[in-house]
Design a protein around this ligand. Structure first.
Ligand SMILES: Cc1cc2nc3c(=O)[nH]c(=O)nc-3n(C[C@H](O)[C@H](O)[C@H](O)COP(=O)(O)O)c2cc1C
Length: 372
């Protein structure tokens, strides 16, 4: 590929990403017993580092053993810490990628095998978390960030997207009457408290958050109110501002809720125009928060033109990083090949095979290129 902004380094806080290609968090549902790091998990992240990604976001890692969306999801705690250290060491031995741990609480998206809980809402049998529960969860995120730091991670992504607990709290329809609901400050409180505490205590750790700009549900993120479904980004952009002011050095911009509006989160062939929505969402966040690093999403949907779109968007200043999800499964060596021999890239075909494996609680791989 001709010289491209994509292969220029970029500083996030005190850390330097060697290029602008961001391997997005992708759950591969392959943890060992108790949510520990298995050899397959280590291989996945070492391969991404070898592939030359500027940033590698390790998939959703649960901050408690009972908030899992996947039967074999990762859990961060002291018992599993050595495994996470090995993951970081194995990746560092292969390349210079910034290693970010995505810390998560699945909330309402937890599997039936785990503890499904919610932040608010009508009586549907799912328990609503109390103020005390949310304060405890806040502490669990902070403790998990300490463990991520001990494991050697460069940063943490406080997962507030895709309908997980912290994303559910951000919604205009979160009308809790305590400190975690109602006003924008209250809805963002869990995320901002966590980010502020980590920034104070662990200034060397890069801290940010992944949010869904528009979820496509009534009262969801990216709407104007609890009873509105039409896209209106003023509220979510204000929340992104609060998160940045709390100390976030990056915002990873996503959209949709995979369990409800999957075509928004990960555009498929027929709906691949949603990729342009993602580009716009990232652009609006970057415009609102010029001092914050912004990663855009859904670049796999660009297929053979993905690098072209990424280069153009970054040159125009619409984002600082181009985030790829499914493409990282199709070809972990994508960045190296993009520079040295794009013809040999195994392109994601948007077949949806990886998403089906995830939905069926199977080990996730690229089912197009990696036959069982
Ligand atoms: C199998 C699979 C697992 C995913 N796991 C995560 C995850 O752990 N955390 C997250 O924020 N997003 C997750 N996503 C969403 C991706 O990070 C990404 O946003 C989405 O695939 C769209 O980007 P793409 O078009 O480049 O694939 C996952 C998506 C898929 C298909």
């Amino acid at each position: 590929m001709a010289p491209s902004i994509l292969f220029e380094p970029f500083a996030v806080k005190s850390k330097r990403a060697p290029n602008r290609l961001w391997a997005q968090s992708m759950e591969i549902n392959s943890a060992g017993p108790g949510g520990g790091v298995s050899p397959r998990v280590i291989d996945r992240y070492a391969a991404l580092a070898r592939g030359g990604w500027g940033v590698v976001s390790v998939e959703a890692i649960s901050v408690t053993p009972d908030s899992l969306a996947r039967t074999r999801g990762l859990v961060i705690n002291r018992e599993n810490l050595d495994g996470f250290k090995r993951l970081v060491e194995a990746s560092r031995a292969q390349g210079a990628s910034l290693m970010i741990f995505q810390l998560s609480h699945a909330g309402r998206q937890a599997g039936a095998f785990s503890r499904r809980v919610k932040a608010w809402g009508a009586d549907d049998g799912i328990p609503v978390l109390s103020t005390g529960d949310l304060r405890r969860i806040e502490d669990e995120f902070i403790e998990s960030a300490r463990l991520a730091f001990e494991a050697g991670a460069d940063g943490v992504d406080i997962k507030a997207c895709h309908g997980y607990l912290l994303g559910e709290l951000l919604r205009p329809s979160n009308v809790r009457d305590d400190e975690y609901g109602g006003s924008p400050e209250n809805r963002a409180r869990l995320v901002t408290n966590v980010i502020a505490a980590i920034s104070r205590e662990l200034p060397a750790l890069v801290t940010g958050s992944r949010i869904s700009l528009y979820e496509g549900i009534r009262g969801g993120c990216g709407t104007a109110g609890a009873d509105d479904v039409v896209e209106d980004l003023d509220d979510i952009l204000a929340l992104a501002g609060l998160i940045a002011r709390a100390g976030a050095s990056f915002i990873n911009v996503s959209a949709g809720i995979p369990a409800l509006t999957p075509h928004i989160t990960r555009p498929v062939k027929a709906d691949s125009f949603f990729q342009f929505y993602h580009y716009r969402y990232a652009k609006l966040v970057k415009r609102a928060l010029p001092g914050c690093a912004v990663a855009g999403s859904a670049y796999s949907a660009g297929e053979e033109r993905s690098l072209e779109w990424a280069d153009e968007n970054l040159r125009r200043g619409y984002a600082d990083f181009a985030g790829f999800g499914r493409q990282t499964l199709a070809d972990p060596m994508f960045p190296v090949k993009a520079q040295d021999g794009p013809g040999s890239i195994r392109r994601c075909t948007l077949c949806g095979g990886c998403s089906r494996l995830l939905k069926d609680q199977m080990e996730v791989r690229c089912s197009f290129y990696e036959k069982e």
